[in-house]
Design a protein around this ligand. Structure first.
Ligand code: GTP
Ligand code: MG
Ligand code: ZN
Length: 319
């Protein structure tokens, strides 16, 4: 009998069996090891123990993707979810403030994990055209990377119409159709609220109290797979996930394929891509002002992350 892991704790797992029944199961000892453990989203093989009637997970099916970080201290991959095929980067256009840099960090993860990303601008009901982010520019910047953007308001009862983009709530619902999507984003951007609204209020996730947004503590503390009739969603705790300090600086550029493509055309392999760098391809591209601004914002994100990840000795990052 097969099933999918919906919730996990150290030794106990809630599993939805193929026949629709939800059961509680334990796992064989060799599936609880540090380097191979059962996580939410896993498809598993189950055994029913005749004497006790208990269910046991006896094997994990090959995963199509993994959400992981590398634990440098323990020299291993720490997987927290499996088999996701969409990464929803949720951001707020009011409080907490929208940050390009954070979106770029999640795009690095999407590339590393091999999962298609989309970006959702939430809290559009509080959008302030003068002080808020330039959404048209941001959409162009992201679409140049092949990333679709959506504009929504997850606040309950709010019937919100599109202001800037041509994709809203209904389009987001269609994008989720048939997928297992993981929601990532800063604490307080509305991940739990969005999932709850998508369920028409049926799924109640703990959301942050109004007024405490952007304080850095997080409300959602553990990942679980939320089942919908046509898709699965994983809520995740915010904040903890942005640090990229487990990434090898030498590999970082491969997670910026847009920059890598241009960088190979620079005259010198150690080009710093500064305005005065000789033969730099970035400064000789034929782009309009917005296109240039978009590309250089990516370069800025890359440089910032590079200087962060290169503080940690490379040798300690290999697993
Ligand atoms: N005005 C407005 N408020 C929203 C919207 N979406 C969410 N909120 C509020 O923003 C706060 C944070 O929402 P949460 O869903 O808890 O945020 P989260 O991303 O799950 O946060 P963590 O679990 O800490 O990572 C709550 O008070 C929500 O009611 C929105 O579209 N508009
Ligand atoms: Mg939450
Ligand atoms: Zn260059």
């Amino acid at each position: 009998m097969k099933g999918r892991v919906i919730r996990s704790s150290k030794r106990e797992f809630d599993v939805r069996k193929e026949d629709g029944e939800m059961i509680s199961a334990t796992a064989l000892g060799n599936l609880l090891k540090k380097d191979r453990n059962v996580v939410v989203g896993d498809y598993v093989l189950l055994d029913n123990i005749p004497e006790t009637g208990e269910w046991q997970i006896k094997d994990i099916e090959k995963r199509t993707s993994e959400i992981y970080r590398v634990s440098i201290r323990e020299q291993r991959k720490r997987v927290t979810a499996a088999n996701c095929d969409l990464l929803v980067i949720l951001s707020s256009v009011s409080r907490p403030a929208y940050k390009q840099g954070i979106v770029d960090r999640f795009l690095v993860r999407a590339c590393q994990w091999g999962i298609r990303p989309i970006v959702v601008f939430n809290k559009m009901d509080e959008y302030d055209g003068e002080n808020g982010p330039d959404l048209l520019f941001e959409r162009r910047r992201l679409e140049l990377l092949g990333v679709e953007c959506f504009e929504v308001c997850a606040k309950e009862g709010e019937d919100y119409s599109l202001q800037f983009l041509d994709k809203g709530w209904k389009d987001l619902e269609s994008a989720l159709e048939g997928r297992t999507a993981i929601f990532l984003g800063q604490s307080g951007v509305g991940k739990s609220q969005t999932i709850s609204k998508l369920s028409g209020g049926e799924v109640e996730l703990k959301t942050k109290a109004v007024g405490k947004v952007g304080k850095g503590s997080h409300t959602t503390t553990w990942s679980e797979l939320v089942e919908f009739p046509h898709f699965y969603l994983i809520d995740s705790p915010g904040i903890r996930s942005f640090s990229l300090d487990d990434i090898d600086p030498k590999e970082l550029i491969t997670y910026f394929p847009d920059l890598e493509e241009v960088g190979v055309q620079c005259k010198f392999t150690d080009c710093q891509h500064e305005p005065n760098s000789k033969g730099c391809a970035f400064h000789n591209l034929d782009l309009d002002d917005q296109g240039k601004e978009a590309l250089f914002s990516r370069l800025e994100s890359y440089k910032r992350i590079y200087s962060e990840v290169s503080q940690i000795p490379v040798w300690s990052k290999k697993i």
